[in-house]
Design a protein around this ligand. Structure first.
Ligand SMILES: [Ca+2]
Length: 421
């Protein structure tokens, strides 16, 4: 077997200068299946999709494989045990990093990773959407409006999963991107995509870890005589005596009871209503500024007696995280995962990124551009043939090659919502 550079790097970097690896996975060897377990009891077999071990359609190194979803409209469940449990500590961060490539131009599907805390109790066969987790992190795309990078952290005090409050952007093109989440002991976090920060800040500002700092004063009430109407009816304005109060509609004076009208069978005859030609509108009293208006009453705020800062928000793995896993649903498949690292050192994650993602990136882009050029030329040729007299069948075949439009009818949006949180 020919080893690529990244296989050798992963194999030799067990210890490191900066910190500890809790897991590194580059999926380059056939033995990855012995390290990862597919979920087998989470969903019926027919609803589960198969993982493909491949470098994909475009890549920086043909020997550098990842794992790719390969069947449309399926669930995918896969997990691996960390080399040793990661326990949140007061002097080191938690760093989770992995790469994602949506070769299929993903229209609807998850591509997030989870860090799991269950230790020996962890049920790899049953691992799925309901399995407790410490961190859920990574892309989730469905339609044009839902395109984000999930960041969901477990609050060990309330035992609740907290969603990041401001949406975090995600990449939607067909190339590999690197996603990094850092949770620091100073109770801040950072999300990097391709090593560029896309969201960062204090945990208490971005997640609902803490009670509100201030609340409405329960003893304060709006005074009963508070005037909060800015306008009032003008008491000086009265209806003129000569105002002609005409109804809006009148009975049609020209209508006549039909000769064949039978009062017994048809009931009493009534003429139809028509617009009143003399109607000049309703009289309305003028409105003026209210001299007693005091403005909108603002409820006074006080410090919340239930608020207290929690120094340990960052401890998402308080009792040790032991596994990582993917449990996702994809409508259109072709997402390829690679180069996962869980470490307590940002420097280590950066170094790993340089040796993996950044080493392959330019080669992949070059191959992708060539692939697209070739495809464009083929499509143009197919279109040319069609204009020269090709039939409808040729046309549909060409469309299928261009975008897989034949699959559009199989969407199951409801199906994907159930297991996410
Ligand atoms: Ca790889």
């Amino acid at each position: 077997m020919k080893f690529s550079a990244s296989v050798l790097i992963a194999a030799t970097c067990v210890t490191s200068a900066y910190g500890e690896f809790f897991l590194t996975e580059n999926f380059n060897d056939e033995g990855w299946t012995s390290r990862w377990t597919e979920s087998s009891t989470w969903k019926p077999k027919g609803e589960m999709g198969a993982w493909k071990h491949t470098a994909g359609e475009w890549f920086g190194d043909a020997d550098d494989k990842g794992i790719q979803t390969s069947e449309d409209a399926r669930f995918y469940g896969l997990s691996a045990k960390l080399d040793k449990p990661f326990t949140s500590s007061s002097d080191k961060p938690l760093v989770i990093q992995y790469s994602v490539k949506h070769e299929q131009n993903l229209d609807c599907g998850g591509a997030y990773i989870k860090l799991l805390p269950e230790g020996d109790k962890f049920d790899a066969a049953g691992f799925g959407g309901d399995t407790p987790y410490a961190v859920m992190f990574g892309p989730d795309i469905c339609g044009t409006s839902n395109k984000k990078t999930h960041v969901i952290l477990n609050d060990h005090v309330k035992d609740e999963n907290l969603l990041v409050k401001k949406e975090v952007s995600t990449e939607t093109d067909d190339l590999t991107h690197l996603y990094t989440l850092i949770i620091k002991p100073d109770n801040t976090f950072q999300v990097l995509i391709d090593n560029k920060s896309v969201r960062e800040g204090p945990l208490d500002e971005h997640f609902d870890f803490l009670a509100e700092k201030t609340i409405k004063d329960p003893d304060a009430k709006k005074p009963e005589d508070w005037v909060d109407n800015a306008k009032m009816l003008d008491p000086e304005d009265t209806k003129p005596d000569d105002f002609d109060d005409q109804p809006e509609e009148i009975a049609d004076p020209d209508a006549k009871k039909p000769d064949d009208w039978d009062d017994e069978d048809d009931g009493d005859w009534e003429p139809p209503m028509i617009d009143n030609p003399d109607f000049s509108g309703e009289w309305k009293q003028k409105k003026i500024d209210n001299p007693d208006y005091k403005g909108k009453w603002e409820h006074p705020m006080i410090d919340n007696p239930d608020y207290s800062f929690n120094e340990e928000m960052y401890k998402v793995c308080k009792n040790g995280c032991t596994h990582v896993g993917f449990e996702i649903w994809q409508v259109k498949t072709g997402t390829l995962f690679d180069d996962i690292i869980v470490t307590d050192s940002l420097e280590e994650a950066e170094e790993y990124a340089q040796k993996t993602f950044f080493a392959k990136k330019d080669g992949e882009k070059k191959m992708y551009d060539e692939h697209m050029e070739k495809k464009k030329a083929e499509d143009e040729e197919a279109m040319g043939d069609m204009e020269d007299g090709g039939g409808d069948d040729d046309y549909m075949g060409g469309m299928g090659d261009m975008g897989g439009m034949g699959d559009m009818g199989d969407f199951d949006m409801d199906g994907m919502m159930g297991d996410e949180f």
